[in-house]
Design a protein around this ligand. Structure first.
Ligand SMILES: [Zn+2]
Length: 186
């Protein structure tokens, strides 16, 4: 239901423009080598540009910016960015995606020992109108999806098969930059 709800709100999301993908590559590279503050600053700028241009992928960029901030020990600033991402999704009616991103974030925050912040996200979630119905839905009887590469070849984001937008049986769109990602042949 999550993905269908998102589609209803936005349609299949267009990819980020190429210059933004290049900045995202840089941000993911910095993240990968542990330069979290630089990565966080770049991602926040990118999120602001994406939002100013009205790009529907902006909330994902803010989510990445939030993660980079948590890794840089800028926990409360990361929470501010996380709230921007969630507010944008909820305002667009993409409650399912807001819930999905919030659960990923809660797992990550708990793993880093930031239980209080994880609980704040939970409190945020339960206050979203319509959240209960969405949360209680079990995932649709989706067929097992083919394995995707671990990272997006275009922007370098880590790929999760439950986070991407599936275009067809073997192709997904990167959740972050929108580039097509093909399943690897078994
Ligand atoms: Zn990508």
């Amino acid at each position: 239901m999550l993905r269908r709800g998102y589609r209803r709100a936005f349609g299949l999301l267009p990819p980020l423009p190429p210059e933004m993908i290049l900045q995202m590559v840089q941000a993911h590279r910095l993240f990968a080598v542990g330069q979290y503050s630089q990565s966080a600053a770049l991602l926040e700028n990118l999120g602001n540009s994406a939002r100013a241009s009205g790009l529907p992928r902006a909330p994902r960029v803010f989510f990445q910016a939030a993660r980079a901030n948590w890794h840089a020990n800028q926990v409360s600033h990361g929470m501010d960015l996380m709230r921007i991402a969630l507010d944008m999704l909820v305002a667009a009616g993409a409650v399912g995606i807001a819930g999905q991103i919030a659960s990923l974030a809660m797992t990550e925050l708990n793993g880093m020992g930031h239980k209080q912040e994880a609980d704040q996200l939970h409190d945020y979630l339960v206050k979203i109108p319509g959240w209960q119905e969405t949360a209680s839905e079990t995932p649709p009887e989706e067929k097992a999806k083919p394995a995707l590469p671990t990272h997006c070849k275009q922007c370098g984001a880590a790929v999760r098969s439950d986070e991407v937008d599936w275009i067809d049986e073997i192709t997904a769109a990167c959740a972050y930059c929108g580039s097509p990602i093909r399943a690897e042949k078994a």
